[in-house]
Design a protein around this ligand. Structure first.
Ligand code: ADP
Length: 269
């Protein structure tokens, strides 16, 4: 089936997530009140981890779909497939989540084709139904079902934006890059590198984020800081790790790259 998807079943120990503010309470309240939730924010700032953590805390299975510009409603709902000479109906991840009362997370929902939003509308109001045209079914979402979507306002262009008629169906929470007092322990925990050695990496990350819009399209993500720290913890020299994890992924422009390297030397010594 088209579209990367991942299924997670709840585990006794939810994956580690350090809250930035009251997002866990908002998520739990949205789930308890059967309301859909939109997570806004840049890539790599913890949205996917947050959803896995909350799904595990609430004891719900999680279906994650990474949306892309070829993803259609049929990829989410399901389709007839030929199996051993027979045509059988196979539920897509959204249909499975609706039937099972699971959480369905549509990552980067604006990337998906337009017909996807049409499917979401009856699911995101108080009807909570999913019409499956191909099979003639109209499924009522099982208790526990929740739709969560994310999008990155930074990537927006006129063609790819959520229409008000869609976004005004969701509660929304804004995610930003974590404050240093949150990011340092997160990176240390994820990489195994001591907090004292993570600190300069986080300082550098924040300087690089300050360049967004001037030289850089997007600030360095927490994910990349975790990568750098992981390499350093494995014994790689700091400068090499920073170049591979926090500079090269950000730019292909030689001049910008050189400028960023100067910044590394100035901050990390
Ligand atoms: P997004 O979905 O926003 O692109 P992810 O959830 O994949 O980002 O986050 C990238 C990585 O950053 C995670 O795998 C995790 O290591 C780390 N991370 C970021 N924020 C947090 C946080 N608040 N708590 C725990 N880990 C975090």
């Amino acid at each position: 089936m088209n579209g990367i998807r991942m299924v997670e079943t709840p585990t006794a120990q939810p994956p580690f997530y350090l809250p930035q503010a009251d997002e866990c309470e908002i998520f739990a309240a949205a789930h308890g009140n059967r309301l859909p939730l939109l997570l806004k924010g840049p890539t790599g700032c913890g949205k996917t981890r947050f959803v896995s953590h909350m799904a595990a805390r609430l004891g719900r299975p999680l279906y994650t779909v990474a949306c892309h510009d070829d993803l259609s409603a049929a990829d989410l709902i399901g389709r007839y497939l030929l199996k051993g000479g027979e045509t059988v109906w196979v539920d897509g991840p959204l249909t499975r989540a609706v039937r099972e009362g699971a959480i369905c997370y549509l990552d980067e929902v604006v990337e998906a084709r337009k017909d996807v939003t049409v499917v979401l509308h009856p699911l995101t109001d108080d009807r909570r139904i999913l019409p499956v045209d191909r099979t003639g079914e109209e499924l009522a979402a099982a208790p526990g079902f929740m739709l969560v979507a994310s999008y990155n306002p930074g990537y927006q262009n006129i063609l790819k934006t959520l229409k008000p008629s869609t976004r005004q169906r969701f509660l929304a929470v804004e995610f930003g890059f974590p404050k240093p007092e949150h990011e340092v322990p997160v990176v240390a925990r994820e990489s195994g590198l001591a907090e004292a050695r993570v600190q300069p990496l986080v300082r550098l990350a924040n300087k690089l984020r300050g360049l967004k819009g001037q030289d850089l399209e997007e600030g360095v993500s927490t994910r990349l800081v975790v990568y750098a720290a992981t390499l350093i913890n494995g014994g790689m020299p700091v400068e090499r790790a920073v170049l591979a994890a926090m500079i090269e992924p950000l730019t292909d422009d030689e001049e910008v790259r050189r400028g960023l390297l100067d910044l590394v030397v100035a901050i990390m010594g």
